[in-house]
Design a protein around this ligand. Structure first.
Ligand SMILES: Nc1ncnc2c1ncn2[C@@H]1O[C@H](COP(=O)(O)OP(=O)(O)OP(=O)(O)O)[C@@H](O)[C@H]1O
Ligand SMILES: [Mg+2]
Length: 429
């Protein structure tokens, strides 16, 4: 090897203008640890002749990487990462540097981008650390994600309007598919639930499945993107195929706004592919979606691509408001059932719990119970839950829905295309 390197050095001295010789020499030198310290001047000399020569820069990045100068390596890679002709190995090196520097997110993004640009490429080390290609779920694993919820509408407190809409818009059409068919109307498409956090979107989706004894799968698209980089479209397709084999089935897609937001960032092309795949599955272009109910949920409907709202997709949009007093009573009743208690004035708690979500109500019961358990351990006497306990807990846990309305109101006032957010305005009035 040393002989070869010396020969190349001499040849380069004779014709310093030859990029070919320079690169061959550098290539060999990078393989010999003792030669590394001589590499940089040879690269720099080349860059004087050909500034921003991509292959020279790639050599430089490799040198820095071998010398563990990760931040220097990042700077060089960043400079060239969008140039055509860059090699995937260089991008993978950039991902590794970010990883070494502790920026896992950036590292993952760069690697994801690399796989999108170079579908044939993979790097074992990065695959290992992100459990990517080895983590393609088996059919059994996907099958396990389907469940039969033992919840029904009876377990959902209040939310009468939402229940009615779901019944009318998705349950009835499913039950009367033949009638619909006789008028040439396809049963399908999805509904989109939106509203402040903790107000029962996920809960009612599960209850919908229970109500009609359908199987249920909860899919967070963000997880699909992150877990199976490069395979996310295929996996999304497998979820749909599995659902088609498991009808009737409620497919619940949580946080679908995350997809819309993704479009603008670095993973643009990856994001676009999965959006297109998702829309194609919804449209049932390739296959029949009969017996599949699609429910999506989001806290930020305004971030959603309008393509999602076309007919046959999420064409029915339902606002899930915080529970009203009657709903709050129903929720409290449900959650307190079976717990030791003493004439709790549920009406009073519900009235006092202004702006509290279902999740907030859960939280105050938890707080009250914890307090009672602590006292019981001290005194040896377990007390039943009382109105007082719950009122005290209300003081500790503040309601969480107001923040959402502050944002939502702005969208409702200033970006309310075709009255989409009228429900919000009605509610805040
Ligand atoms: N109407 C309700 N009846 C009974 N329980 C409810 C109701 N609404 C909310 N809850 C309770 O509050 C918890 C939180 O609700 P859920 O997870 O469905 O909210 P979400 O709207 O999906 O919130 P996020 O936007 O944060 O995902 C549920 O697990 C459930 O226990
Ligand atoms: Mg949810």
């Amino acid at each position: 090897m040393m002989n070869e390197i010396n020969d190349l050095k001499q040849a380069l001295e004779a014709s310093p203008g030859s990029m070919y010789l320079r690169l061959r020499l550098l290539e060999k030198m990078l393989l010999v640890p003792e030669c590394l310290k001589e590499v940089e001047p040879i690269v720099q000399r080349g860059l004087e002749l050909h500034p921003s020569h991509i292959e020279l820069k790639e050599v430089l990045s490799e040198l820095y990487f071998l010398q563990k100068k990760y931040s220097a390596c990042i700077i060089v890679c960043e400079e060239i990462k969008n140039m055509p002709g860059i090699r995937p190995e260089t991008l993978a090196r950039l991902a590794k540097c970010h990883q070494k520097e502790g920026n896992e997110n950036e590292s993952l993004e760069v690697y994801q981008e690399t796989l999108t640009r170079f579908p044939e490429f993979s790097d074992d080390e990065l695959d290992q650390s992100y459990r990517l290609r080895n983590n393609i779920p088996g059919d059994d694993e996907i099958d396990d994600l389907f469940s039969k919820p033992d919840l029904s509408f009876a377990d959902v407190g209040g939310m009468e309007k939402v229940k009615r809409e779901i019944d009318l818009k998705i349950i009835k059409p499913l039950e009367n598919a033949d009638l619909y068919a006789s008028y040439g109307k396809k049963v399908g498409g999805g509904i989109l639930l939106y509203g402040p956090p903790g107000c029962g979107k996920t809960f009612i989706a599960r209850a919908t499945a229970g109500e009609i004894d359908a199987s249920f799968i909860n899919i967070t698209l963000n997880d699909i993107l992150d877990m199976w980089i490069g395979n996310s479209e295929k996996n999304l397709n497998r979820f749909f195929e599995m659902a088609r084999a498991n009808t009737p089935c409620v497919m619940f897609f949580d946080e679908i706004d995350a997809l819309g937001a993704k479009r603008s960032d670095m993973r643009q092309s990856a994001g676009k592919n999965i959006i297109n795949q998702f829309l194609a599955e919804l449209d049932g272009l390739e296959s029949d979606n009969e017996g599949i109910l699609v429910i999506g949920a989001t806290n930020m409907p305004w971030h959603l691509d309008t393509a999602f709202r076309r007919p046959g997709r999420f064409d029915r949009i339902i606002f899930v408001p915080p529970p009203d007093d009657a709903s709050k009573e129903a929720i409290l009743q449900l959650k307190l059932a079976g717990k030791p208690q003493q004439n709790i004035d549920i009406k009073k708690i519900a009235r006092k719990a202004k702006d509290y979500s279902g999740a907030d109500l859960n939280a105050i019961i938890d707080i009250a119970v914890e307090k009672i358990l602590e006292d019981a351990i001290e005194t040896g006497i377990p007390k039943p839950i009382s109105t007082r306990d719950l009122l005290d807990a209300l003081k500790i846990h503040r309601p969480s829905t107001q923040e959402w309305f502050t944002t939502a109101k702005n969208y409702a006032l200033f970006a309310n295309k075709s009255g989409l957010y009228d429900d919000i305005l009605k509610y805040v009035k």
